[in-house]
Design a protein around this ligand. Structure first.
Ligand SMILES: Nc1ncnc2c1ncn2[C@@H]1O[C@H](COP(=O)(O)OP(=O)(O)OP(=O)(O)O)[C@@H](O)[C@H]1O
Length: 775
């Protein structure tokens, strides 16, 4: 619930406020908050009649009305106060207001506000093309609506499918509303909560909101919930909509509203899903269509083809303007940026060389650079992938180069494996990319593929992620607080029954469910952690095995820094990296890398020299601190660091096996062909695995535990450590072992269980028996 600070009875100078924005007039004024923000002056709950609505909307949204008509003189600006903080608008506000009013969505403002007030379902749909102003303007109008109602049911929350988009939008909207980021406007993304007690508009990663809703943490109430970028079909966005439609999340007092924002391509599906809800269609931008060119064949080297196309544009004097390049993956973005930076520096064209900017999740906060207007005479080349299909609208783009492919991770529940799938983008994404080059004058869009590929191979809409992800975390959340049975919940597209069954089975093996299929006490604790269920289980088990310190590091590294390395660029880098490898396997190497990183003082240059992703390691450090806090809140014991001792090595193995017993493989012929116990699938160690890099003639370990299995390029096991089968027998639930598909490995394990292990168990219950406490 939002706590609104009453107006202070003293004079306040704006310059005294933290994060005070440039450009605001340093006037000394008495705060003049909107009456709804003053104590005892709140607008009554419930529906308002249309006249009251228009009067309240006028007051709330037109408190800045003088401002919106035209930029006032200095004397007038002293009168025009921001209704959200009672302070005069700055000159920046008026500049941005001009830009806002030019957005296509501005024409639909009053229609939207009317629907928000009067929608019979409490839900409003908004459909408009990328760049029309949906993500930046709708939240502001909802904040005005909520202000008119006194924020009685909480803040306005906007979900985004990508954390970086949430962060970037919050910063932009804070500027547009002339408010302070971290105060009235905030954002919540993994390991970063930039909100305060007075935050009334919050941009939130959709997954995080779902986690908050399911757990006991977080606000859990809102005046308006905006589900933005619904066409991205993230699991959390689809699920939130399902729960909202089933009114599982809408039994809140005070008539909270829901706004679902989408690209026009998903509009028919959403309209059917949200029957009887009004829809606001944003008028099309009047800009001309870009010239569209197809290539007859898909180039074998996409990076090279994209670079050549950029260079060609830069050589043409008649083709000024910024360029947006779409490639399939982060790796290709990096290669393309490196190559372009090299070649553009040597290009013989007048003026300064263009600026090359990557735009992908690994960029972190640096992502905002794509919006910064440095020198207008410097051309910007932004290289990106699916992240900028619908988010990150850049107004200066004139030319688009579209590879037409995307690399996505797809999970197969049958073999519990991720695969990296290179596939054509959907027609909807191709159209969104083309529209980025609309404008005055219209630019160009080069598709590095043929028209027939688009027509015959591209699906109409982006793939729903609920059909492509491991659902165990989702099912855990649904079971929490008994929000809904996964099978009963309405989804825009129902997840495959096989995927739900596998998720339930995995949770059952982890002892997260009780005999009735409800969440067990252990399951409730697991659901509190922002970790994969098996990793959360390993962390809990580490309390039993006295290795919490190391497991915390490992959990943070496995979650926040999965892509923390790239293949070494040179022999020196490879040697420095090899020095960080640990003889006990990849998990211990991760701990060792983290500790060395902390010892270096989180030094970026130290990371670069070893080919380590500095931003990912910083993220891991933040997550580790968050996990420590969570452990303390739940009153779980912490332990002293003991990394490197023999006892600690064994303890870590036990803790890991308690969560990851489903991910064990045996080398069946002594040559590195590993049989996955759960599916009888054979895989090899990944080329990054420390066991592969050992000096010959080292033998690969006979039994391993792996973190993930990918069938994409090389059918490989990633992040692998040796285990003892005896330990597996002791720590995995007995019925898991009996349920394994028939194999020599299974027979061996069952023999171990029935034979000496049983004796060992009875004679030495302390050895491995501790794990049973958690089962
Ligand atoms: N983080 C930002 N920094 C600066 N300007 C921004 C930022 N985000 C959006 N804008 C500006 O706001 C305009 C409207 O973008 P907005 O994101 O609201 O459109 P949209 O319809 O939601 O498109 P999309 O679906 O791509 O998000 C853009 O043209 C851009 O100029």
């Amino acid at each position: 619930m939002l706590h609104v600070t009453p107006a202070a009875p003293v004079l306040v100078t704006r310059s005294l406020r933290p994060n005070y924005k440039q450009g605001k007039s340093p006037l000394v004024v008495a705060p003049q908050k909107h009456p709804a923000l003053l104590p005892g002056k709140q607008v009554p709950l419930g529906r308002m009649d249309p006249k009251a609505l228009s009067s309240v909307l006028w007051t709330a949204t037109m408190a800045s009305g003088r401002a919106e008509e035209s930029e006032p003189s200095l004397g007038e600006s002293e009168l025009a106060v921001n209704p959200f903080d009672g302070l005069p608008f700055s000159s920046c506000y008026y500049e941005l207001l001009e830009q806002r009013r030019a957005l296509p969505i501005w024409a639909a403002r009053f229609l939207f506000l009317e629907h928000l007030e009067s929608s019979p379902t409490g839900v409003v749909l908004v459909s408009g093309e990328p760049g029309s102003g949906k993500s930046t303007q709708i939240p502001q109008w909802c904040a005005e609506f909520a202000l008119a109602r006194g924020f009685q049911t909480g803040q306005v929350t906007v979900t985004q499918p990508y954390p970086l988009a949430a962060m970037s939008l919050a910063s932009r909207v804070a500027d547009e509303m002339d408010l302070t980021l971290g105060h009235e406007i905030g954002y919540s993304i993994p390991q970063e909560d930039c909100t305060g007690p007075n935050t009334m508009l919050r941009f939130c990663w959709d997954r995080l909101l779902l986690q908050e809703v399911a757990s006991t943490r977080g606000p859990g109430a809102w005046s308006v919930l905006i589900v933005d970028e619904a066409q991205e079909r993230s699991v959390a966005s689809d699920l939130l909509q399902g729960l909202l439609r089933d009114t599982k999340l809408r039994n809140l007092p005070g008539d909270p509203r829901v706004v679902v924002v989408t690209d026009p391509a998903l509009e028919p599906k959403l309209q059917a899903f949200w029957a009887n809800s009004p829809i606001v269609r944003v008028p099309r931008e009047p800009g001309g269509n870009p010239t569209l060119v197809y290539r007859d064949t898909v180039p074998t080297d996409l990076v090279e083809a994209a670079c050549q196309a950029v260079l060609e544009l830069c050589r043409q004097e008649e083709a000024p303007g910024d360029v947006l390049v779409y490639l399939p993956s982060e790796e290709e973005i990096s290669l393309c940026c490196e190559s372009l930076s090299r070649e553009l520096g040597m290009l013989a064209v007048p003026g300064p060389p263009p600026r090359v900017l990557p735009l992908h999740p690994g960029c972190g906060q640096a992502i905002q650079a794509v919006y910064e207007d440095t020198d207008m005479s410097v051309r910007k080349i932004v290289v990106t992938h699916w992240l900028a299909d619908f988010s990150f609208s850049l107004p200066s783009i004139q030319h688009v180069i579209d590879s037409g492919l995307e690399l996505r991770s797809v999970y197969s529940p049958r073999i519990r494996a991720e695969s990296q799938v290179l596939r054509p983008i959907s027609k909807c994404q191709a159209e969104a990319r083309r529209l980025r080059a609309r404008g005055f004058p219209p630019g160009s869009c080069l598709r590095l593929y043929s028209k027939s590929i688009l027509e015959l191979e591209a699906p109409p809409l982006p793939h729903p992620k609920v059909l492509e992800e491991n659902l165990s975390s989702l099912v855990l959340l649904l079971k929490r607080k008994q929000i809904a049975e996964p099978g009963e919940c309405h989804f825009l597209d129902r997840p495959a029954p096989e995927a739900l069954m596998q998720a339930l089975e995995d949770l059952d093996y982890l002892a997260a469910l009780d005999d009735d299929g409800d969440l067990s006490d252990l399951g409730i604790i697991l659901s509190e952690f922002p970790l994969l269920p098996e990793l959360a289980k390993a962390l809990l088990a580490s309390c039993e095995f006295n290795c919490v310190d190391e497991m915390l590091t490992l959990s943070a590294m496995l979650t926040a820094a999965p892509g923390f390395t790239r293949p070494p660029l040179c022999a020196e880098e490879a040697a420095l990296r090899r020095a960080l490898e640990h003889a006990d396997g990849d998990h211990s190497s991760l701990i060792q890398i983290y500790e060395a990183f902390v010892q270096s003082g989180a030094d970026e240059v130290w990371c670069q020299a070893r080919g380590l992703n500095w931003a990912a390691l910083c993220q891991a450090r933040k997550l580790r601190a968050e996990l420590v806090e969570l452990m303390q809140q739940i009153e779980l014991p912490l332990s002293q660091p003991a990394f490197g001792s023999e006892q600690n090595r064994r303890d870590l193995q036990k803790a890991l096996l308690s969560g990851f017993f489903l991910k064990v493989a045996q080398d069946i012929d002594g040559t590195g062909n590993y049989l996955l116990l759960t599916h009888k699938h054979v895989a090899q160690l990944s080329s990054c695995c420390s066991y592969r890099n050992r000096r010959a003639p080292a033998q690969p370990p006979a039994w391993v535990l792996y973190h993930s299995f990918s069938i994409s390029k090389d059918n490989c096991l990633c992040i692998v450590s040796e285990i003892q089968p005896q330990m597996l027998v002791e720590l995995a639930p007995p019925y898991f072992l009996s349920n394994l598909p028939p194999s020599e490995s299974r027979d061996f394990l069952n023999q171990l269980r029935e034979g000496p292990a049983a004796e060992a168990e009875s004679s030495s219950p302390q050895e491995y028996g501790d794990g049973c406490v958690l089962q």
